[in-house]
Design a protein around this ligand. Structure first.
Ligand SMILES: *[C@@H]1O[C@H](CO)[C@@H](O)[C@H](O)[C@H]1NC(C)=O
Ligand SMILES: *[C@@H]1O[C@H](CO)[C@@H](O)[C@H](O)[C@H]1NC(C)=O
Ligand SMILES: *[C@@H]1O[C@H](CO)[C@@H](O)[C@H](O)[C@H]1NC(C)=O
Ligand SMILES: *[C@@H]1O[C@H](CO)[C@@H](O)[C@H](O)[C@H]1NC(C)=O
Ligand SMILES: *[C@@H]1O[C@H](CO)[C@@H](O)[C@H](O)[C@H]1NC(C)=O
Length: 915
């Protein structure tokens, strides 16, 4: 049954429009009150609790002014860095400051996005480059496993090494800001960019992302986690990509709706961890939230991120996500990359740059805001010891071009402008260390889903003598893989497609490596890649006594499409002729092993119970070491130890489908409030095919000796955060003479398409008053009469990541794990907590992941597993009081090897008397 409900009016702001003045173009921002009528059907869920958005008016509570950095106590490293940043900012002119906020335009610099320079301080163009699985758009860089593969290792230490490795290669290439990792949650199982995120649990994402961020910053490359917030599918990411055919009446990108409770308990959770891990940067996403673009959502950036989570660094747009000037800036956005007006690339037009300078000269944007934007940018570098690039440090500047792979090309290949020069020096960024980490991550990311008859690892002692390797997925696409976007629909998948892909594939076919290992073991090997030739598949399967069958699915960026998969997958089935091939082989070969490589859950139901399918291995895209890693696991050189970072369902209807239809009003809406992944299956009592966290090993473990020690008494209320330090104000710069900010034509000539910070003319006013967004307050000073709490962060805030109490350890939990099987191996210990549930208790999830500890145990040995539970781990978000609360009662502790398989049970009694 579907219920539809309507949402009341929301006023929202749109940006317009271009006004041509001489050669230059200038834009105005007009507030437009539009009626927001929603005619989409929404999810009707039998699961009746507060997580479901019932008749909720989604709107953005106005949150102004943008908080200043440097007002929190208890953060000495930041205080120091902020003081140093202020020293720099205080000597900069308005146009110099603007140069550090605005990208110089798509293709105007060598990286994917580049900021302006400050000549007098020798500050060079800060370089932003995608992504978390390797340096994109250049050569001689490792193609690392995807972030989703990193997620399925469940291994914080390894992800730390991965962060180091990716950052080292980025550093060698001269990159300053690494755009990644993604912190989205895979709400839609078929989401095209799910491989850029760690999986579908906020705790897992938070832990692994923290490790990655710390490691990247440690190596001197600022990690900029992305997807702030609710960026959960590719469809309708940019409205202009969807102007054809059935999408032609699309009026705006996807608008997602998130309730306050779900925001805190799911979507914002990993961001809090990232802030705590000293992230210096976040990238706001392409979508709207509650009717307003992410980069222009004052509640999200000003309130949630900068006040509540105490974030001191800067917010940049994801490349191309900034859709307004003044209003985004007032809402807390600090940097706009690549700088251009969206969709008007290489025109030199920007809603920031010259218009930001203008908005300072006409005093529409207060000067403290611009000073704060630049202070945030610089202190993010300083606090993390990441070097601000200097123009005389030739050794450290990027010497590649994201816009050309040739050695010699025009200086601006994207613009097709400039004289021919050397644009690529082809520096080899790969190192022994980075390659080793890429391989180890690939191995640990492989998940053994099904294993019977002790069929694995493959050993000649088991009587195997003739092997079939089958499927197009066992080899690199015979058509070749598109070198720019990694598009492939008929061959092994090494990474998802899109502009974030690593150009240098270095891909080796799994069939080649398996063949080599098999032959070393005196096996006879047949390889049949044409999976449509079922006759041949069947004949070969009859001869083999072991078969390895390769299956796959792929997804990627909405900019390209394969077979109707517009970034997001259009279904959950395996691609090519995978399913028919698997069944044909399994019907004939008693030991059939299926290897699946996919960007998310796939439908296994047609074959999973087949008695001859004795092994099923799954992984997310594994990068260039896919072949090596999968063969190592199959032949037992390494043990499988990956765990599913999402649930695989028996029925497709248990996933939340992509929003792929445009409603009549042209404004698609996505309700992101359904319970996420295993939380849904648990609440609805649905038996999944494979639960979140599932992953078998070759060996067996026994758990015992559970101990739970209270370290600190939980208290119901968080303590009141320390008051804010007084705001710091820079000296006011006179704006009386706009002519000082005009283009200095006598000094240099503008490069076409380049965005500069200079005014177009001295007419800086276009209207008597700026029509500010509803609820806008410019005053930074605290107005006690109207807001008695304004001298301190909100109750849930107080330091990096939130209230300091949230991160106090309340309980230490330990247990022993003994390897009682025949192989060495990893035990991926997972701790789930069940909060008190009942009629009077607040709504909570059935069980939530609150601990991971992956340990390697030799055959016959015993190791300790350890967890810590903090206040935050045991709290729910109280919407009314706007704080985290521990509800008194019994907390059940489950320790096991998946979200459904528990080896030890315990209890924590947090009775009301203790409060
Ligand atoms: C979105 O709207 C909901 C419901 O009114 C509100 O609770 C939430 O705080 C809003 N979030 C943002 C980011 O605007
Ligand atoms: C701003 O950056 C550009 C390069 O993008 C540079 O040419 C210009 O001199 C800079 N302007 C100022 C005022 O520093
Ligand atoms: C290119 O950049 C790398 C990394 O910054 C540096 O080590 C190398 O010296 C540079 N090479 C040249 C030729 O400038
Ligand atoms: C699902 O999508 C794949 C890839 O586009 C396609 O090969 C397959 O036929 C589709 N499956 C169904 C059942 O439509
Ligand atoms: C000031 O300049 C900005 C940027 O062009 C513009 O949006 C705004 O309307 C101007 N304010 C006034 C009062 O004219």
């Amino acid at each position: 049954m579907f219920k539809s409900y309507s949402f009341s009016k929301i006023s929202y702001f749109t940006i317009f429009l271009l006004l041509v003045a001489s050669n230059f173009v200038e834009s105005l921002f007009n507030k437009e009150n539009a009626e927001y009528i929603d005619d989409e059907e929404s999810h009707d869920d039998p699961n009746d609790n507060d997580y479901l958005a019932k008749n909720i008016d989604y709107y953005v509570p106005p949150s102004y002014p943008a908080p200043l950095t440097g007002r929190l106590q208890l953060i000495p490293e930041w205080a120091d860095a902020i003081a140093k940043a202020r020293d720099i900012v205080s000597v900069l002119s308005i146009t110099e400051k603007v140069n550090l906020t605005t990208g110089i335009g798509y293709g105007s610099g060598v990286c994917q996005a580049n900021l302006g320079t400050i000549e007098k301080l020798d500050i060079s163009s800060i370089c932003f480059q995608n992504g978390a699985h390797g340096v994109s758009n250049t050569d001689f860089a490792t193609n690392f496993p995807s972030t989703l593969a990193a997620g399925s290792t469940f291994n914080k230490d390894l992800v730390y090494q991965l962060g180091r490795a990716v950052a080292r290669e980025s550093k060698t290439k001269g990159i300053d800001v690494l755009m990644g990792p993604g912190l989205n949650v895979g709400y839609h199982a078929a989401g095209g960019h799910n491989t850029e995120n760690f999986g579908s649990d906020p705790y897992l994402i938070g832990k692994l992302a923290s490790a990655f961020i710390k490691a990247s910053n440690y190596e001197g490359v600022l990690s900029c986690p992305k997807g702030l917030i609710g960026f959960e599918q590719e469809h309708f990411k940019h409205s202009n990509e969807w102007e054809n055919g059935k999408y032609k009446h699309l009026k705006q990108p996807l608008d997602v709706q998130i309730t306050d409770k779900v925001m805190h308990e799911i979507y914002l959770w990993p961001f809090a961890d990232a802030v705590r891990a000293n992230a210096g940067c976040f990238a706001c996403s392409y979508n709207k939230i509650n009717g307003t673009y992410a980069c222009e959502n004052s509640y999200l950036i000003n309130h949630l991120l900068k006040e509540e989570l105490g974030f001191q660094g800067f917010v940049t747009s994801e490349i191309g996500a900034m859709r307004s000037g003044v209003n985004s800036i007032l809402s807390g956005a600090d940097v706009n990359i690549p700088g251009d007006i969206f969709g008007d690339y290489a025109s030199g037009k920007s809603l920031w740059g010259p218009l930001l300078t203008r908005a300072i000269y006409n005093e529409t944007i207060p000067q403290y805001r611009l000073n704060d934007m630049v202070t945030r940018l610089l202190s993010a570098f300083i606090v993390n010891n990441v070097k601000i690039p200097l123009s005389n440090d030739f050794e450290e500047l990027p010497n590649f071009s994201s816009w050309s792979q040739f050695t010699y090309d025009k200086e601006y290949p994207f613009q097709s402008y400039g004289s021919i020069k050397q644009v690529n020096k082809h520096i080899d960024a790969r190192e022994k260390f980075t390659e080793k980490v890429a391989l180890q991550t690939a191995r640990e990311a492989i998940v053994l889903l099904k294993h019977t008859k002790s069929a694995l690892p493959i050993s000649v002692d088991d009587g195997y003598n003739r092997m079939l390797i089958a499927g197009i997925g066992s080899v690199t696409s015979p058509e070749g893989v598109d070198v720019e976007d990694a598009l492939t629909g008929d061959g092994a998948v090494y990474q998802s497609w899109g502009p974030n892909s690593v150009s240098a594939f270095n891909a080796i076919s799994p069939a080649d490596v398996i063949y080599k290992k098999a032959v070393e073991r005196d096996l006879l090997v047949d390889i049949v890649t044409n999976e449509y030739d079922i006759d041949n598949i069947e004949r070969s399967a009859e001869l083999a006594n072991v078969a390895i069958v390769f299956a796959f699915a792929n997804s990627g960026d909405s900019g390209s499409e394969i077979d109707g998969n517009y970034g997001d997958r259009k279904n959950y089935t395996l691609w090519a002729n995978n399913v028919e091939m698997i069944k044909s082989v399994a019907d004939r070969c008693a030991k059939t092993i299926v290897v699946i490589n996919s960007p998310g859950p796939v439908d296994l139901e047609d074959f999973i119970d087949h008695k001859n399918i004795v092994g099923v291995l799954w992984s997310a895209p594994l990068g260039q070491y896919y072949a090596q890693a999968i063969s190592d696991i199959i032949f037992g050189d390494y043990q499988p130890s990956g765990n599913l970072p999402f649930t695989i369902s028996k029925h497709a209807e248990n996933y939340v489908d992509i929003i792929d239809r445009v409603p009549l009003n042209g404004k698609p809406v996505d309700d992101l409030n359904r319970l996420l992944d295993y939380r849904y299956f648990d609440e609805m009592n649905i038996v999944p095919r494979y639960p979140f966290g599932h992953g078998l090993t070759y060996t067996k473990f026994k758990l015992f000796d559970l101990t739970i020690v209270e370290k600190r008494q939980p208290s119901v209320d968080l303590s009141k955060p320390d008051p804010y330090l007084d705001p710091y104000f820079f000296e006011h710069t006179s704006v009386e003479d706009p002519s000082e900010a005009l283009f200095p034509f006598s000094e240099f000539k503008p490069v076409p398409g380049h965005i500069y910070p200079y005014l177009y003319n001295t007419k800086v006013y276009s209207q008597p008053f700026y029509n500010y967004p509803t609820g806008y307050k410019p005053d930074i000073d605290c107005d006690f009469e109207n807001d008695p709490t304004c001298d301190a962060p909100p109750r849930a805030g107080g330091t990096l990541g939130g209230n300091p109490d949230l991160f106090e350890v309340l309980y230490k939990i330990k247990a022993s794990v003994e390897n009682i099987g025949g192989y060495e191996g990893y035990y991926t210990a997972q701790l789930y907590v069940e909060f008190p549930r009942g009629r009077h208790a607040p709504t909570t999830h059935v069980r939530q992941l609150r601990g991971i500890d992956k340990v390697f145990v030799k055959k016959g040995y015993t190791k300790k597993i350890k967890f810590e539970l903090t206040t935050r781990d045991l709290s729910y978000w109280d919407v009314e009081d706007q704080t985290w609360v521990i509800y008194p009662g019994i907390y059940k502790i489950y320790i096991g090897s998946s979200s459904r398989k528990f080896d030890l049970l315990g209890e924590i009694d947090i009775s009301s008397s203790k409060n």
